[in-house]
Design a protein around this ligand. Structure first.
Ligand SMILES: Nc1ncnc2c1ncn2[C@@H]1O[C@H](COP(=O)(O)OP(=O)(O)O)[C@@H](O)[C@H]1O
Ligand SMILES: Cc1ncc(COP(=O)(O)O)c(N)n1
Length: 520
């Protein structure tokens, strides 16, 4: 945009966002030395969602992508020792329970849960590995049902659901939902029924509340044999996200999107000869989808002509040298105030669509800052440079474009459309501020904004100084990272729409800086 730099001086702190400590998430599960399932998958999934991962090992397996060759279950009393060591010292925000091999281990965990009452407990009732090998004693069902009453959410696959429901496996999705509903009501626990083992192109999951509520999360079936550890990873992601968001539906939505990406890029790990693991860190590493930073780097290259055009504009050159016509500057500020008002609403839309609470808060902070800056423009500048404040044609076109994306576009597209306002503005600010200091103007030594009252003073010094704001640079980096992550999750078609939205906005940035010369 334009006057975003003023964000800096008004409410810089808010841009950095509040960083709550990472949730401490404990996995109580079995070890899979191949790293695809069990404790190892849990630690990766918790970490991928910004949690601090802890693990109490309830069983060891000798296992690879082809099957389970051995199981060793340490005494239940030693698991209790591990759990008590943790709860004696560390506040635990969420617990994920995976493979518990027998009833005595389950009862030990149940006793500890009843005493400790962690705020989030997700129970993945692991019974059989993806390879078909049994991981739970057949006579442990009753103990598992007792544990269910101590969990907030259970995540059975279709076979596990049937065992818990005491019925034959559901043959249809509707039958699975019926079983899930009955289980949730009987145990006062939410149940996520997972459609991973259904036939067909769809792979839905459904969140069933103990109150009878049903929310279905649709998703595409990814064509891959590498599904080892999906259940472990999903339940750990859910425990972490629930600790962060406090909303099961929001957590399921986000975890499912992540899991789909992890399956889409799983083949690239090429691990073992059987069912390989998913790609837990696909958002961090990238693979088939653009790698971290690669998508936005390509966007930046795409708008090289716009970046050059901005620095060639008389408005920017004159702003830098201090020779800019005061009327042009006032026109620019008046348009900027109007733009910021609309931009704030578009950032609010990004906040509403955001898949995580962190991103939701990031955009909401941005939206609030725009309004603060709009207010300060009116108070500090426009009151001294009164001008006709009708909306100019470029402002209208830019705002129309953003609002169209906000109305009809996905989260990823909205994030891409709002990015140039951060990024190009930060870039212009960086260059102009560096030039300003190079020209011998001391930092903090500006005379004011009234057109230059002191000999040799830069009339726009105060303005240019607001550009060099670390908090705004940080917010820009965060917006860039968000767009990369959204691109990595999206399809080729969505990335193409993101690119188009980004390029349009970048062109409007050029036009916005040029508008005072053409329309003031
Ligand atoms: N091929 C696939 N494509 C997309 N999602 C899948 C696929 N297989 C499983 N999932 C998802 O992985 C998660 C685990 O599901 P499921 O395979 O049913 O459980 P489990 O791993 O416990 O056997 C669910 O969210 C499910 O929708
Ligand atoms: C130690 C351990 N725990 C759980 C699973 C189940 O894996 P999945 O997530 O594929 O159902 C496994 N194979 N090994």
């Amino acid at each position: 945009m334009s006057g975003t730099a003023a964000f800096a001086s008004t409410e810089a702190a808010a841009w950095t966002g509040r960083a709550p400590r990472p949730p401490r998430v404990l996995s109580i599960a079995g070890s899979d030395p191949s790293g695809g399932a069990g404790i190892q998958a849990d630690i990766k999934a918790i970490s991928a969602h910004g949690g601090y991962a802890m693990a109490a090992i309830a069983a060891l397996t000798a296992q690879n992508t082809q099957g389970v060759q051995g199981v060793h279950v340490p005494p239940a009393a030693f698991l209790t020792r591990q759990l008590e060591s943790l709860s004696a010292d560390i506040a635990i925000d969420a617990v994920k329970i995976g493979m518990l091999a027998n009833a005595s281990v389950m009862d030990a965990v149940g006793e500890w849960l009843a005493k400790t009452r962690p705020p989030v407990v997700v129970l993945d009732p692991v019974m059989v590995a993806t390879s078909g090998d049994a991981l739970m004693d057949a006579d442990a069902r009753e103990a598992l049902l007792r544990l269910l009453g101590l969990a907030h959410l259970a995540t059975p696959n279709l076979a596990e659901l049937a065992v818990l429901a005491g019925e034959p496996p559901a043959a249809t999705w509707e039958a699975a939902l019926r079983q899930g509903k009955a289980l949730a009501a009987a145990h006062g626990t939410a149940v996520l029924v997972k459609g991973g083992h259904l036939e067909g192109n769809e792979c839905p999951d459904a969140l069933l509340g103990p109150d009878g509520s049903v929310e279905v999360f649709a998703g595409p079936r990814v064509d891959t044999a590498n599904t080892h550890g999906t259940g472990c990873s999903l339940s750990s992601a859910l425990a972490t996200l629930q600790a962060r968001t406090g909303s099961w539906p929001a957590s399921v939505r986000r975890a499912k999107a992540w899991l789909t990406g992890a399956l889409r890029t799983a083949d690239s790990l090429a691990l073992g000869h059987g069912h390989g693991p998913l790609n837990h860190f696909h958002e961090l590493w990238g693979s088939q989808a653009p790698s971290a930073g690669a998508f936005t780097r390509s966007l930046w290259e795409d708008v090289a002509p716009q970046r050059e055009a901005i620095f060639a504009l008389d408005f920017i050159k004159d702003l830098a040298s201090g020779t800019l016509d005061a009327r042009h500057f006032a026109y620019y500020l008046a348009q900027d105030a109007q733009y910021l008002n609309a931009y704030s609403r578009v950032l609010s839309r990004a906040s509403a669509l955001a898949p995580t609470e962190d991103e939701q808060r990031f955009w909401a902070d941005g939206a609030q800052n725009c309004l603060a800056v709009e207010l300060s423009l009116h108070r500090d500048w426009l009151s001294r440079h009164p001008l006709d404040v009708a909306q100019g044609p470029v402002t209208k076109h830019y705002v129309d474009h953003l609002q169209a994306v906000a109305f009809a576009g996905s989260y990823a597209e909205v994030a891409a459309a709002v990015l140039p306002c951060y990024w190009l503005y930060a870039e212009v600010g960086r260059v102009l501020h560096a030039d300003y200091l190079k020209a011998g103007h001391p930092e903090g030594g500006h005379p004011g904004d009234d057109g230059g009252t002191e000999a040799g003073a830069h009339p726009y010094g105060e303005w240019l100084e607001t550009y060099a704001d670390d908090a705004f640079a940080e917010a820009t980096a965060r917006a860039v990272a968000i767009v990369d992550a959204a691109a990595a999750r999206g399809s080729e078609q969505e990335r193409a729409r993101m690119r188009a939205a980004f390029i349009h906005s970048a062109q409007y940035e050029v036009d916005f800086f040029d508008a005072p010369r053409r329309h003031a």
